[in-house]
Design a binder for this molecule. Sequence first.
Ligand SMILES: O=P(O)(O)O[C@H]1O[C@H](CO)[C@@H](O)[C@H]1O
Length: 293
Amino acid sequence: MFSEPNGGYSYEDCKATADWLLSQTDIRPLVGIVCGSGLGGLANMLKDQVVFNYKDIPNFPQSTVHGHAGRLVFGTLKGRPCICMQGRFHIYEGYPLQKITLPIRIFKLLGVKTVVLTNAAGGLNQDYKVGDVMIIKDHINMPGFAGNNPLVGPNDERFGVRFPCMSDAYDRELQQLAMDVGLELGYGDFLKEGVYCVLGGPSFETIAECRMLHRMGADAVGMSTVHEAITARHCGMRVFALSLITNQAVMDYESKEKANHEEVLQTGKDRAMQLEQLVSTIVTRIEHSNNYA
Ligand SMILES: O=P(O)(O)O[C@H]1O[C@H](CO)[C@@H](O)[C@H]1O
């Protein structure tokens, strides 16, 4: 039943997983949240939780990265039905892109309308500080330049069109909502907006690479999110995404700084409370600001 043509899954396979989940819970999520490295605490915002370990879900990949718990959490946020991935998948774990993005298609088949993607990222923009939160307004898909796009392979029109538009990948209304909410919460000092660039990882970038990415127009660099955003847009969900700037990308040969995953996770812990406030307020306001979700 769970075949993998071209390393991906058929519509029927995704549907089988979605139906299996729907048969286990009465919660019908409208918002799907993906927690970045060290940001799994976001799932704690959900009430009335129904939790699945990834290993128990048919077809689901397994989390292998420290800071990604590997749990799918259904619940409600101020009465609003949500689903939260406590742990995402990355290219460097060895998974094909179609597998990395499988949960996004499952979100769609569960009835999710809006996807909220979060990540930990290195700051390239020299005005950014560790602890800043960057609302993603656009992306640069470096693996995509070499043909590594999650939509490679036969296109199933039940998900979306062959050539989806990406100039509106990140919903502008939700970006504005996030900025308004952030300012209301008093987060103006550390709230930014910018361009996220994805690389394959797992090695962090060299100094020359960071300099190049910055000149190219990227404000932050990471190893995730873009594949999920492309897949979500392909199947017609709205996307809101943010990066926590967990470290400064090293741009200077005089610098003694070294990127490391421990710092990434620590910055996530330090900003956990504000991120929970920001994301939960945005999610509850989506309802009041439009009819999409
Ligand atoms: O993008 P998320 O999953 O937040 O994780 C980021 O943190 C890890 C590196 O510390 C990489 O996986 C990078 O992509």
